[in-house]
Design a protein around this ligand. Structure first.
Ligand SMILES: Cc1cc2nc3c(=O)[nH]c(=O)nc-3n(C[C@H](O)[C@H](O)[C@H](O)COP(=O)(O)OP(=O)(O)OC[C@H]3O[C@@H](n4cnc5c(N)ncnc54)[C@H](O)[C@@H]3O)c2cc1C
Length: 410
């Protein structure tokens, strides 16, 4: 977790208590052309490029109320500074959930999660935050409050607007309030796990999972030292493991277990199952927290799902001791390097990982790095065809470029 003062040039922090306070702070900053850095829980403030312009930290911590929770409609409206843990607890009390897996849930906020569009292992089964936001209130870079979407799941107006703000890293507006779709909590959660001898065997199992009659919520390929703590107790011995999350009614989960065993038999594999609540919850926690573990350089690679195992191989060629969690069903490979590969951070990103990811239909970005120069190319990759469009959108929302200036591609 990054300390706010380490990562952002903040000279003063304001803690508004209402959306009107947020709007006033932004109107003042717009008039003074002063940079504003929205702050959630501060867990991923070193993500992106390091901004150089001093400015105001705008903490959303006091905007943390549950505004409305008509649980029978499966929707909830909350303020953006609510922590993920508080939101999870409120929804659990109604037997519901927002199935987004986040590290540091005790401090990470909903606004920060939306701004970074973070998602974890269960995105394979449940999708990402974008799929759950049906309404958003925010304040733009002129200090003008606006609303998009609504409180009804079928409300189409403004739908794309919610999606636009999701993942925009707080560069288009400050999110103050959000209406989310809720999902019922599953009756049963379990894992099927297997050790595999090599990446070819891993690929064969992943292919089988992609065309399985079962409906896993997570398909993970994990490797490296980071998993050794939980190996003895939970996971079969080995360096490469496949971890499959199964959720649903008790009958559905039982059926999926039997079916997976049948499907893997011709591949010479028989899954082990983790079903005890405490163990299941320990493994979910380990999967959720992986990206925030110790590392010299943490990278996120997005490729076609069919190429995920190949990229795991590329990472291991660079650092045989790297710890890896691939959301293989989604083609996302998270890699924690124990030491910087030869050539340093820039060469690792620009000469090795980004070209390999491009060749596999995707991209590679830095999530965190202890040392090395963070150039735009190292962090975000080569300029993409959509960057001019992104800059044009930014101008509309934030004409003086006061919101998180310099952190993204503008
Ligand atoms: C690419 C990426 C890298 C990540 N890296 C790590 C990591 O290294 N370690 C880790 O533990 N977790 C990491 N995460 C996950 C992180 O924990 C979650 O994204 C978390 O939700 C951030 O919430 P926060 O409240 O701590 O946000 P913060 O860290 O406080 O803010 C994150 C970003 O969101 C903006 N923001 C915050 N609130 C608002 C708001 N209400 N309106 C507009 N903008 C806002 C901030 O200005 C900042 O740009 C990463 C996520 C992503 C997408």
């Amino acid at each position: 977790m990054s300390a706010v003062s380490d990562s952002l040039p903040i000279t003063e922090t304001a803690t508004p208590e209402t959306q009107a306070d947020v709007a006033q702070a932004l109107r003042d900053a717009y008039a003074a052309r002063r940079a504003v850095y929205p702050l959630g829980g501060g867990t991923s403030l070193d993500y992106g490029l390091a901004p150089k312009q001093p400015g105001l930290g705008l903490s959303l911590g006091a905007l943390q109320r549950v505004i409305d929770y008509p649980s029978r409609d499966l929707t909830i409206t909350v303020e953006a500074g609510i922590t993920i843990a508080e939101l999870t607890a409120a929804m659990a009390a109604e037997g519901q959930q927002l199935p987004i897996d986040l590290p540091h849930a005790q401090v990470a906020t909903l606004g920060g999660a939306i701004a970074t569009n973070w998602s974890g292992a269960r995105r394979y089964g449940y999708g990402t935050l974008r799929d759950y936001i049906i309404g958003i209130s925010a304040v733009d870079g002129r200090g003008t409050p606006f609303k998009a979407g609504g409180r009804v799941v079928k409300n189409v107006a403004g739908y794309d607007f919610c999606k636009l703000l999701t993942g925009s890293l707080g560069t288009l507006s400050v999110i103050t309030q959000v209406t989310l779709k809720a999902k019922p909590r599953p009756q049963r959660s379990a894992f099927a796990v297997a050790a595999v001898n090599n990446l070819a065997a891993a690929s064969a199992l992943l292919d089988a999972l992609a065309s399985s009659a079962t409906t896993p919520v997570a398909i993970e390929l994990i490797a490296g030292i980071a998993w050794s703590d939980i190996s003895g107790e939970l996971l079969p011995a080995g360096d490469l493991r496949i971890v499959v999350g199964l959720e649903g009614t008790a009958a559905e989960v039982d059926w999926m277990r039997e079916q997976l065993a049948r499907e893997w038999q011709p591949l010479g594999q028989s899954p082990e199952f983790i079903t005890a609540d405490l163990q299941v919850s320990a493994l979910w926690t380990a999967l959720n927290d992986f990206s925030s573990g110790p590392s010299e350089l943490t990278v996120k690679i997005n490729v076609l799902p069919s190429r995920a195992a190949e990229l795991v191989g590329v990472v291991r060629e660079l650092d045989a001791t790297a710890s890896i969690q691939a959301h293989a069903g989604n083609g996302i490979v998270l890699a924690r390097f124990n030491e910087l590969p030869p050539g340093g951070m820039l060469a690792t990103m620009v000469k090795r990982l980004q070209p390999a990811a491009r060749a596999a239909g995707g991209s590679a970005v830095i999530l965190s790095a202890n040392s090395g120069e963070r150039t735009a190319q190292a962090v975000w990759g080569s300029p993409a065809a959509d960057w001019p469009l992104m800059r044009a959108v930014k101008k509309q929302f934030d004409p003086h470029n006061i919101l998180n200036p310099g952190r993204f591609v503008y």
